[in-house]
Design a protein around this ligand. Structure first.
Ligand SMILES: NC(=[NH2+])NCCC[C@H](N)C(=O)O
Ligand SMILES: [Mn+2]
Ligand SMILES: [Mn+2]
Length: 334
């Protein structure tokens, strides 16, 4: 039985075919450096380590984003034209990776890129559930945002029930809300703006599910993940889009990020989430965003944060802590 289990697990691990897109984009927020995320995550050995655990990997490289001159704010919303344009590119790239048959990994970049990533994913699989792991809800609308930064708003453009609340923005007209509130789950919240909280009260009535850090503390991460799955799989089993903001983790674990918030997930809780989502067999796309090496106080912090980002991706694709080396691993001769 043990042997059979192992064989099944190795077989399932070998099935992972991963398509990586780098999205070196920072204009959904004001801090320089988050555009370096894709490169530092790759430099931490992402591709080799995925292959080492038996994945087949295709790296599509980095997207090249065009600049937009005179990108004046619309109301409070900053740099809408360049964000809208970049996200259209991300959406097309994610759709292509899905068409090619891979599980998509989008390396950000700031979290505004989830607009394109989820939209492109939904163009391929119209029925999705979204697992949003973050200190923040990122569900401000352009009208409620206290900062005007679009990385604090992506969910508001995607949720169908909110579409009447969204004003028209330049280069945003291609975005069609494609996610139902009841198909969204949040994990790790601990810094929610007043208006976001208000609108998530409404969303709670519409069926959005949130596990803030208080729930992580009271239930434990294992129960959180069980209940998360009960919720998203209560009707039909939809493919999962996992949108992982590195700032969901505690700043002691992932310090190199633009909006760190104390009191976050431990390394083990963060990894457990990925292992659990992997085990559902329904993971279809992952974003890893907001790694910003320039926010590190020391070089070591930047390297550490990138390594953690790599470990999250590995957890999504079959890494188990008991060991998950490729099936064809040969023990070296003495
Ligand atoms: N993806 C992030 N790190 N988002 C932080 C958002 C912070 C704040 N809630 C805002 O709307 O600006
Ligand atoms: Mn965040
Ligand atoms: Mn975020």
């Amino acid at each position: 039985m043990k042997l059979l289990n192992t064989a099944v697990r190795i077989f399932r691990r070998d099935l992972h075919s991963v398509g990586i897109i780098g999205a070196p984009f920072s204009k959904g927020q004001p801090r320089d450096g988050v555009q370096l995320g894709p490169d530092v995550i790759r430099e931490a050995g992402l591709v080799k380590k995925l292959e080492g655990q038996g994945c087949v990997v295709k790296d599509y490289g980095n997207l090249i984003f065009e600049d937009v001159s005179n990108d004046e704010p619309i109301g409070r919303t900053k740099q809408p034209r360049v964000v809208g344009l970049a996200n259209k590119q991300v959406a097309d790239a994610v759709q292509r990776v899905k068409n090619d048959g891979h599980t998509c990994v989008m390396l950000g970049g700031d979290h505004s890129l989830a607009i394109g990533s989820i939209h492109g994913h939904a163009a391929y699989r119209p029925e999705l559930s979204v697992v949003w792991v973050d200190a923040h809800a990122d569900i401000n609308t352009p009208l409620t945002s206290p900062t005007g930064n679009i990385h604090g708003q992506p969910m508001s453009y995607l949720i169908r029930e909110l579409c009447t609340k969204i004003p028209v923005l330049p280069n945003f007209s291609w975005i069609k809300p494609c996610i139902a509130a009841q198909d969204v789950v949040y994990i790790g919240l601990r810094d929610v703006d007043p208006e976001e909280q208000h609108s998530s009260h409404i969303l709670k009535h519409l069926g959005i599910k949130t596990f803030c850090m208080t729930e992580v503390d009271s239930l434990g991460i294992a129960k959180v993940m069980e209940q998360m799955c009960d919720h998203i799989f209560s009707k039909i089993k939809k493919p999962i889009h996992l949108s992982y903001d590195i700032d969901a983790l505690d700043p002691s674990v992932a310090p190199a990020t633009g909006t760190p918030v104390i009191g976050g997930l431990t390394y083990r809780e963060g990894i457990y989430i990925t292992e659990y989502v992997c085990q559902t067999g329904l993971l279809s796309a992952v974003d890893v965003v907001e790694v910003n090496p320039k926010q590190a106080k020391r070089e070591e912090e930047a390297r550490f944060t990138a390594n953690v980002a790599v470990d999250l991706v590995l957890g999504c694709f079959g890494r188990v802590r008991e060991g998950s080396h490729a099936a064809d691993y040969k023990i070296p001769d003495p």
